[in-house]
Design a protein around this ligand. Sequence first.
Ligand code: RNT
Ligand code: ZN
Length: 416
Amino acid sequence: MSTEEERYKSAREAYAAIGVDADKAIEELEAYGVSMHCWQGDDVIGFDHDGPLTGGIQTTGDYPGRATTPSELMSDLDKAYSLIGGKHRLSLHASYAVFGDGFHDRDAIEPSDFSAWVDYAKDRGLGLDFNPTYFSHEKARQYTMASTDPAIRDFWVDHSKACVRISQYFADSLDTHCLLNVWIPDGSKDIPADRMGPRERFAESMDRMIAEPHDKDKVYISIESKVFGIGLESYTVGSAEFGLCYAASRGILPLMDNGHYHPTEFVSDKISSALLTFDKIALHVTRPVRWDSDHVLRFDDETREIAKEIVACGKDRILVGTDWFDASINRVAAWVIGMRSFQKAMLYALLTPLGEFGRLQDEQRYTELFVKQEEFKTLPFGAVWDMFCEKTGVPASDAWYGEVAAYERDVLSKRG
Ligand code: RNT
Ligand code: ZN
C-alpha cells in the first residue's frame, strides 16, 4: 500500500469513528458541479467593446498575461479546469460574444454569437450559464433597466430578452439547465430624492424580460441583489429586499452573492430562510474584504459555513456559481485556488456529522456539541482531500502550481 493509501485508510477510520463515510463524501464531491465564471480570465472586460469596466465593480492589479481573445480565454479555462477535480459548468457574460458575421450591439445579440461557446462546452461536456451585461457600455450611464429614459430602458429590455433566447439555446444545445442571472448596477452616489421610481421601473423592465417565452424547467432566471457599488454608495435599486420580494412574487430565483451584504451579515445564515419560500436559489460565492472586493475564495470560515448549509439544505436546490476577479496574481491560478477552496469547503461539509450535531442541538446538549464541533476540525481532512484529487486525476497539494507556472512561462508571458 502506498503511503498515500495508508494515510487515507487511517483517515477513513477516523471519520468512520464519528459515523461518517469518507468514500461516500468523495463520491458526492466528484458528482458536484460548480459554475465557474469566465470573467476572472480577462478582468471582466469581454470581447464586445473597447472601453473600461464600469458599473461600480473593479479589478485591481496588472499581472501580465490577461486573455484578450476568445481562443486565449478558452485555452486558459482549459488549463484551469484541468487542475480542478470533477465536472463543472461555465458561466458566461453577454459581453463575451464571439461575433462571426459582424458586430451586434447588446440589444441585438443572437444565439449564433455564442455558438463558439456552445461548441466549446459540448466538446468538454460542460453546462453553460449566462448573464446579461448591463455595464461597460455607452448606454449604461448609472441607470439601465431603471432608467427614466424609455429608449434606454427599451434597449436594456431588448438585451435582456435576447439573453433569454440565448439561454434557451444553451439549454437546448447542451441538454442541461441554464441559469440566467440579472444584476444591474443602477443606483446613486448620494442620497436619492426618489427611491420608489427607479424600483418601479426596474420591476416593470424585469416583467417585460421574464415575459419572453422560455422553458421554465430549463431556463432559470435569477435576480442578484446588492447593497452598494463604487460610485453607487447611497442607493442600489436592486437591493436585497427588492431581489427577494421580486423573485418570490414572480416565481424566479433570488441570487445571493456573499459580497453584497453589510459586513456583519452572512449568506450562510440566509440560505435556509430563503429555501422555505423558494424551491431553488442561486449563489455567487466570493470573498469580500471590507467591501465587495471580489477577492479569490479561500477555505475560510464563511465559505465552510456556506458549504455546510448547502449540504444540510440540499445540494440540488442551490445553484452555485463563482464570482471573483483578481488581476494582481496569475489569473489561471486565481480560478484554480478559488474553485479548489470551494471544493475543500464542500468536502469538509460532506464529512461533517451533521445528523449527530443536529441531534445534540435538539437535545440541548450544547457543551457536548461545542466540544465535538471543535475537535472535528483537527480530523485528518487533508488525507481525504488528497484522495479526492487522486481519484479525479488532478495534482494534490500545491503540485498543480508547477503546471500553472509552466503555462505562464510558455503561454501567458508571450502575450503582447
Ligand atoms: C457585481 C455582481 C456581479 C458581477 C458579475 C461580473 O457586484 O457580483 O455578479 O460580479 O456579473
Ligand atoms: Zn456576483
